[in-house]
Design a protein around this ligand. Structure first.
Ligand code: ADP
Ligand code: ADP
Length: 221
């Protein structure tokens, strides 16, 4: 599903954020990306959702070489990806419903299809009763559920998450983890960047460790 070959990324000339990363993530895998702050976790995710370009190397997603892809094809790639961030990145002036509907509207889906799918997805994350609320009226955990619904509403092949529970307390973290587990059980490939050791201990899965931009460990329990 994800093939990364000898990828390097340098934002500036002297320092490299990623150094010669080669990594394969098969369809349906659940992978933690871990390592200390500055290790390159966010950078690797940004390369996968095309927010940054690698300085060297190739990345294939579902057989598509995204490193050679022109800007016109990026929206098509993003339709296959769901992305979740630590700070949620919701549109605070829009309702919960509107936030989750947004990716479907971008795809030009019909109004009744959008409503049905948004309702189903909000129900899956347990927030169907809050669809007319605005994000800032919700708790952090609820806001992250909305963000996960927005990521999952397009039935992505891959779900990328960058420290998704970094701002949440441990109990809420485990509830959020259940949503990632559920998506993975339904076939979505999950790549989750975290330095939360407790999360990895409670829910052991493949762990890819980065340090100083290098891949230093890759183990499956
Ligand atoms: P992590 O997510 O593991 O904390 P990052 O991928 O954010 O690591 O950062 C890896 C390295 O790249 C760090 O040294 C960081 O300072 C640097 N870096 C990240 N983003 C940028 C940027 N936009 N410009 C310059 N350097 C950056
Ligand atoms: P930065 O540290 O550069 O602010 P962010 O994590 O805020 O990095 O965002 C990086 C990039 O991710 C932005 O260019 C933004 O356009 C892109 N982005 C935000 N949301 C999504 C999404 N749902 N899918 C794909 N890309 C996204």
């Amino acid at each position: 599903m994800i093939q990364i070959y000898n990828v390097c990324k340098a934002y500036q000339k002297e320092s490299s954020a990623l150094n010669d990363i080669t990594l394969k993530i098969p369809k349906g895998d659940f992978v933690y990306l871990t390592g200390p702050s500055g290790a390159g976790k966010s950078t690797l995710l940004k390369l996968l959702y095309c927010a940054e370009k690698p300085s060297r190397g190739q990345i294939l997603i579902d057989g598509l070489n995204i490193t050679r892809m022109g800007p016109l094809k990026i929206p098509r790639l993003r339709r296959r990806l769901g992305v979740v961030f630590q700070d949620f990145k919701l549109l605070n002036s829009r309702t919960v419903f509107e936030n989750v509907a947004f990716p479907l509207e971008v795809q030009g889906k019909k109004r009744y299809e959008v409503s049905k799918k948004v309702y189903q997805t909000l129900k899956m994350v347990g927030l169907e009763h809050k669809l007319q609320r605005h994000p800032l009226e919700l708790s952090g955990g609820e806001q992250q559920r909305v963000a996960i619904a927005r990521a999952l509403v397009v039935d992505p092949l891959i779900l990328l998450a960058d420290e998704p529970t970094g701002n949440l307390d441990p109990e809420v973290t485990m509830e959020i983890m259940e949503l990632f587990k559920g998506a993975n059980a339904r076939g979505t490939t999950v790549v989750l960047a975290t330095h939360d050791r407790e999360m990895i201990r409670r829910f052991p899965r493949r762990v890819v460790s980065l340090d100083g931009g290098r891949l230093v460990d890759d183990r499956t329990p």
